[in-house]
Design a protein around this ligand. Structure first.
Ligand code: SF4
Length: 350
């Protein structure tokens, strides 16, 4: 198995484990874990994200539909008043032209998440439901099935960035369980704030090799943008960039909204389920993973794409024989995964 395939496969197992077992420590919590993958900011994308959600607030969130609310829509629905009000009086000054806000008001109304009406030539708005505080904590996990010294070094700077910015409440490295212990020397390369989780990807048992620290999500985040070159004569200071807590809170919510929409089964969206060689296989009776019958392996998104030399389109006959509505087995795969994602979103119609 190639490195990419091994990492992708391990990543899907981590997601499945997190969905079933989170949290790994003894902490008493009734938070509901919602798992997504490959999300983050422009600068940093996390492999796996676990949102710890307030269960009843999560049900309230479902009223706003399965799609994410982007930051413009959030600005509108979070500030919409109880009673009819002219939208410019109701919403805080956005810091950009009001005509963009008006567009967001129309988009929110089209999505059915905001009431609007016209009074003369003024648009009034009224909230349908309060937007709930559904995200309690955000946890980021980096998956490194083979955590050797060079993998640990490569990860260190990414984790330092996570610790400095403190966008997530916790960061972890998940690594594969082997016969030996995880060498403690590896920890030396990683920031002490990052937790280390050892996962048996066959049985989905995990143990904590190192506990993470809670990061300061409500304080300004820092990022080193320039380090002194070093050497005896270099007296220059490192330069830092700061992220203020309000901006961080907005970014966290935007990430959470994307995670809510995508989950972790969205891998199929970047693959070719319309290829006749694409199938889903069941692991441990509960987890559907992609499988390519031409290559006899679990392909990655990069392999199973437009440039795959073994791609064979689904024969049109498949789409008419027994699949009149769904549109072929490929579509059926997508629907199966979407149905599983919905099941993990309490309050969404099944
Ligand atoms: S042959 Fe290529 S495109 Fe088809 S399922 Fe396999 S990897 Fe994907």
């Amino acid at each position: 198995m190639g490195t990419d395939t091994a990492e992708f496969s391990f990543e899907l197992r981590t997601c499945r484990w997190a969905e079933r077992e989170w949290p790994p420590d003894e902490r008493e919590t009734d938070a509901y874990p919602l798992v997504a993958r490959q999300l983050g900011t422009k600068r940093r994308r996390w492999d796996t994200i676990v949102l710890e959600c307030d269960p009843s607030a999560l049900r309230e969130r479902a009223k706003f539909g399965p799609k994410r609310l982007d930051s413009d829509l959030l600005h509108v629905v979070r500030n919409a008043p109880r009673a009819w009000t002219y939208y410019r009086d109701a919403l805080p000054d956005p810091g950009y032209p009001w005509r963009y806000v008006r567009e967001s008001v129309h988009r929110a109304a089209d999505r059915g998440v905001l009431d609007t009406r016209k009074q003369g030539n003024r648009i009034q708005i009224r909230r349908k439901w309060p937007y709930p505080a559904w995200v309690e904590r955000i946890v980021a996990i980096e998956n490194k099935p083979d955590l050797d010294a060079s993998a640990a070094r490569a990860l260190a700077s990414q984790l330092e960035f996570d610790v400095g910015m403190a966008l997530a409440d916790e960061v972890w490295v998940a690594t594969r369980q082997t016969d030996g212990r995880v060498e403690p020397v590896l920890f030396e390369d990683l920031p002490v704030e990052a937790g280390i989780l050892v996962l048996n990807s066959a049985t989905l048992d995990a143990e904590i090799a190192w506990h993470p620290r809670q990061l300061a999500v409500e304080e300004p985040g820092t990022r080193i943008i320039e380090r002194p070159g070093g050497g005896d004569r270099d007296g220059s200071a490192a330069r830092f960039e700061f992220a203020d807590p309000d901006a961080k809170a907005e970014t966290r919510l935007a990430i959470a909204e994307r995670a809510y929409e995508r989950g972790w089964r969205s891998f199929v969206e970047t693959m070719r389920p319309d290829c006749r060689r694409f199938t889903l296989r069941e692991r441990d009776g509960t987890q559907l993973v992609p499988y390519c019958t031409a290559k006899d392996c679990q392909p990655t998104g990069a392999e199973c794409g437009g440039s795959c030399s073994k791609f064979e389109p689904e024969p049109p006959a498949w789409r008419t024989r027994g699949w009149p509505i769904e549109g072929g087995p490929g579509k059926r795969c997508q629907q199966l995964l979407a149905a599983r994602r919905r099941r993990r979103r309490p309050g969404q119609n099944h």
